[in-house]
Design a protein around this ligand. Structure first.
Ligand code: FES
Ligand SMILES: [Fe+2]
Length: 422
């Protein structure tokens, strides 16, 4: 898998669409020559290209090393999808909130009309984070030279230093900005690939499935010090349960037994077909006792990072979604949201158990990161790791189909049964 751009190009390309309007013929990011610098009203340059030679020499080794590793090491992110950036409740008033998604620094806020926005946390003038500036209704003002940007479009509205003689077309300057929407208590940001234009139509933000008007809802999250791929295959891994999630309320190690589960392909993912959940898990037994009806569970995984689970028994239902979002290549975050109408399950009790569960996964991933530092060779075995294999194949096939324009090939031929002990 190859990243569309190296991080250096990414910076350049986020603004390159507008560069040519000031300076014909176009100039490359690293060849800002002196005459051009003088002719053009506005010149875009990479932060590293016009430094004094002395500074450049000092930084060369670092930069070369960074560039080399950037081209060699594919960050393995899936662009052109919605990702949850922060919780909705974190953004209020005039506050500017920072977040990072796919190694892109973001600044988020809410206009005076209540609409959320997400900009790249970098002023297009000198790169200072816009989050050091201030939000005034629907305008973000940079703290350095006071350039003012429309928060929702990123368009520059004002450059205070311009005199009446200046011909610079302020409105053609844009700060990086991303589509941004609220859903299920999160602010989602559509991360289009660096240097690309937004598609004509953007898919809808993923929504949690609910089955009644009234329900309880809660959110949990935790960071994992690992690449998103490790986070995701950890999330779909059926074999760690009896070892990592041993507890009186969930299950004991001795309860391990053979299972056969049917899976089927769905667009961009796969489904564990509706089935009766494991009889060795206490909560499911309780639900069955209360309703007197069988419990069915359906678990889906869909690219880029969504695992949803729906449990139903009679009129009772429980619906949850976990997303594993890449923050950096060495850090990801699980955002877990659950909703239910089970009258006997208070939010506080669920959160208590949910936190234990997530903490168990987090501790394991922290330990795993220790081992992964030394780049060991790893294994994926059948059938317990088959979902992980599907994930990698789905990801590769999606990238391939985007590259060639051909329809995406699904790695599964059709329904299939996997067997493992857990
Ligand atoms: S760095 Fe933002 S206005 Fe100059
Ligand atoms: Fe787990």
């Amino acid at each position: 898998m190859t990243l569309p751009m190296s991080p250096t190009m990414e910076h350049y390309n986020s603004i390159s669409g507008r560069m040519q309007s000031y300076c014909e013929p176009s100039i490359g990011p690293s060849i800002v020559t002196l005459p051009r610098l003088l002719w053009c009203e506005a010149v875009y340059y990479d932060a590293s290209t016009t430094m004094s030679e002395a500074v450049r020499t000092m930084m060369r080794m670092d930069a070369e090393a960074a560039q080399e590793s950037a081209t060699q090491a594919d960050a393995g992110f899936l662009w052109d999808f919605w990702y949850p950036a922060v919780r909705s409740a974190e953004i209020s008033g005039q506050k500017l909130v920072t977040a990072m998604l796919l190694e892109v620094p973001l600044v988020l806020g809410r206009t005076s009309e209540g609409k959320v926005f997400a900009m790249r946390d970098s002023c297009p003038h000198r790169g200072i984070p816009l989050s050091y500036g201030r939000l005034d209704g629907k305008v973000v003002e940079c703290c350095y030279h006071g350039w003012r940007f429309d928060a929702c479009s990123g368009q520059c509205l004002e450059i205070p230093s311009l005199s009446s003689q200046d011909k610079l077309k302020v409105e053609r300057i844009f700060a990086g900005h991303y589509p941004c929407e609220e859903r299920d208590g999160y602010v989602w940001v559509y991360m289009n690939a660096p240097g690309t234009k937004l598609p004509e139509t953007i898919p809808a933000v993923p929504a949690l499935t609910v089955f009644s008007d009234k329900y309880k809802i809660t959110h949990l999250s935790c960071e994992l010090p690992s690449h998103v791929d490790q986070g995701i295959i950890g999330l779909m891994d059926p074999a760690h349960g009896p070892f990592v999630h041993q507890s009186w309320f969930w299950r004991k190690r001795g309860s391990i037994h053979e299972k056969a589960k049917q899976f089927e392909p769905i667009p961009n993912g796969f489904r564990m077909s509706p089935h009766s959940p494991s009889t060795n898990s206490a909560p499911y037994q309780l639900l069955k006792k209360i309703t007197g009806e069988p419990v069915t569970t359906t678990i889906d995984f869909v690219l880029p990072n969504l695992r949803t689970e729906i449990d139903q028994s009679g009129k009772m239902w429980f619906s949850s979604r976990a997303t594993v979002t890449p923050v950096r290549r060495d850090l990801c975050r699980i955002d877990f949201v659950a909703a239910w109408n089970l009258f006997f399950l208070p939010v506080s009790i669920f959160r208590m158990f949910g936190k234990v569960f997530l903490r168990q996964d987090q501790e394991t991933m922290i330990q795993q990161a220790e081992g992964l530092k030394h780049s060991p060779r790893l294994m994926l075995i059948d059938d317990a790791d088959r979902p992980a294999k599907w994930y990698f194949a789905l990801k590769a096939n999606l990238l391939e189909s985007r590259r060639t324009g051909a329809p995406m090939v699904h790695p599964m031929d059709g329904p299939t049964t996997l067997r493992w002990r857990s």
